[in-house]
Design a protein. Structure first.
Length: 353
């Protein structure tokens, strides 16, 4: 098909099916509002276009070029887009479903309010100026590189990210729920108020990172390591942190309710006003930590070790402790009357029901 024949078909304003536009120069054409089904755009040039409200179903874009093109509220369904180039491209409200974009290039690209699901981006490279309110759901990201990308309110849900690179990227309220980040290594990165709920972070390392306000509720963080990082206001409720290690980190006002912390290590950490209520800290080590107003009420502290720690109004109400002398250490509080009354009231309510 020639460019002129393609234009003639476009002007009919009918769905285009089963045509080949491979290698065509389609620069400058208006593809908005059209439906393309089973059309071959391999190696085609679709540069410097504005494409709006367009549907591409089962189309082929291998080695095609979308340079400096604006894609708005488009749909790519079951398309093959291997080695496609999206340099200096912006995508708004665009959906990519069950498509193959392996080895694709997204250089200086903006993603805004896009939805990407069940697609393959293996070995692709992203340098995103912006990734805003964009979701990646069950997407294959093996050896995918997100280099120096800015993620804001982006969502990674149920993705395997063990072999994904995020070098130099910034995350603001990005979601990593139910993702697999096993064995990942993050250094010098910011994760501001990011949820990692039910994520697999086993053997994962964060070094010199900002993790303030992050939510690790019900995540698996066995053998994880957090070093020289800011975890202020972080939540570790119901998380499995067995044999995890925290070193030289700020954990002020962090929450560890019902967390599993067996054999965990805290070395030179600030745990001021943190709450470990009902956490299992058996065999845990707290070395050279600041435990000012830290709450260990009803926690399991059997065989735990606290070496050269600073305690001030540190609460151990109802905690299981192997060494009773701990309760008489300077700054330790063995019980609070109001908590005792609360327990009695709770028990009375349970008995009445």
């Amino acid at each position: 098909m020639t460019r002129e024949q393609f234009i003639t078909l476009l002007n009919r304003f009918e769905p285009l099916s089963d045509h080949s536009c491979a290698g065509l120069n389609l620069n400058g054409l208006d593809l908005s509002g059209h439906i393309f089904q089973n059309v071959d755009f391999s190696s085609a040039q679709l540069d410097d276009l504005t494409i709006e409200d367009t549907v591409f179903a089962n189309c082929r874009f291998s080695q095609a070029s979308f340079r400096q093109t604006k894609l708005a509220t488009c749909m790519f369904s079951e398309c093959t887009m291997t080695e496609a180039h999206f340099d200096h491209t912006s995508l708004f409200g665009t959906s990519i479903v069950r498509s193959d974009l392996s080895n694709a290039h997204f250089i200086t690209v903006s993603l805004d309010s896009c939805s990407i699901s069940s697609s393959d981006f293996s070995h692709s490279r992203f340098e995103l100026e912006k990734c805003l309110k964009t979701s990646f759901y069950q997407t294959t990201l093996i050896d995918t590189h997100f280099d120096h990308c800015d993620f804001e309110l982006a969502i990674f849900f149920q993705n395997d990210l063990r072999h994904t690179r995020f070098d130099g990227s910034y995350f603001d309220r990005a979601v990593f729920n139910e993702t697999n980040l096993n064995n990942q290594r993050f250094s010098g990165m910011t994760f501001n108020q990011c949820p990692f709920i039910k994520a697999n972070l086993e053997n994962t390392t964060f070094t010199d990172c900002i993790l303030s306000g992050c939510n690790f509720q019900a995540s698996v963080m066995r053998n994880a390591s957090i070093v020289k990082s800011d975890c202020t206001n972080a939540l570790f409720i119901d998380a499995d942190l067995t044999k995890s290690r925290f070193t030289d980190s700020a954990l002020t006002q962090s929450l560890w309710l019902n967390a599993l912390l067996i054999d965990a290590t805290y070395d030179r950490c600030v745990l001021t006003e943190s709450i470990f209520q009902r956490a299992n800290c058996e065999n845990a080590r707290f070395d050279h930590c600041d435990l000012t107003r830290t709450d260990f009420s009803w926690a399991n502290l059997r065989n735990s070790r606290m070496t050269t720690v600073h305690m001030e109004d540190t609460l151990y109400h109802g905690a299981l402790i192997s060494e009773p002398a701990l309760l008489y250490s300077p700054g330790a509080i063995a019980k609070r009357d109001y908590l005792h009354e609360s327990e009695r009231w709770t028990e009375a309510v349970r008995s009445a029901t």
